[in-house]
Design a protein around this ligand. Structure first.
Ligand code: FMN
Length: 152
């Protein structure tokens, strides 16, 4: 069974959490074992990431950038991969984000998370509260990441 991490930040209205829940539901429906963490609740131990087969990352747009908790994860990831000698394998990953009408965080996520491995599909975007169509796209993303992980 593929192990999938859904790591996201949601704090203001819960928009990104709705998307994360749909991603997790899609991955579970494809047979994955899902670990979901909101960085507003906890800092992810990079050892948890190491044990995952693939991951899906979601952020609200904060000042045209990712939320601080996700930046902290990327800092931890970089140090584990490059500095502390333990290394970290590349992984398949997916992306989603929510915003209030700007949405420049999308390009930032493409660039930053590109370090982690190979992206699955397109990033799913929501302007404000996610619509049913957006949530369906999130479910499909979770499914596709789970399938990509199961092939490796
Ligand atoms: C501190 C802060 C900064 C924000 N900056 C932006 C921004 O630069 N561009 C934008 O489109 N939305 C911005 N927003 C709006 C959020 O991205 C948007 O409301 C998002 O859906 C909130 O997700 P959440 O409910 O999961 O926390 C900002 C919100 C907050 C709280």
């Amino acid at each position: 069974m593929a192990k999938i991490l859904v790591l996201y930040h949601s704090q203001e209205y819960g928009h990104t959490k709705l998307m994360a829940d749909a991603v997790a539901a899609g991955a579970k429906a494809a047979g994955a074992d899902v670990t979901a963490v909101n960085t507003n609740d906890a800092r992810l131990d990079v050892e948890t990431y190491r044990q995952m087969d693939a991951a899906v990352f979601g952020s609200p747009d904060y000042y045209s950038y990712i939320a601080g908790g996700l930046k902290m994860f990327l800092d931890d990831w970089y140090i584990a991969k490059n500095i502390d000698g333990t290394g970290l394998a590349d992984k398949h990953y997916g992306l989603f984000y929510s915003h209030g009408g700007g949405g420049k965080v999308g390009a930032v996520m493409q660039k930053l998370f590109g370090m982690l491995g190979k992206q699955v599909g397109q990033a799913v975007e929501s302007n404000g509260k996610p619509t049913e169509q957006v949530l369906e796209a999130c479910k499909a993303l979770g499914r596709d990441v789970a399938r990509a992980a199961a092939r490796f």
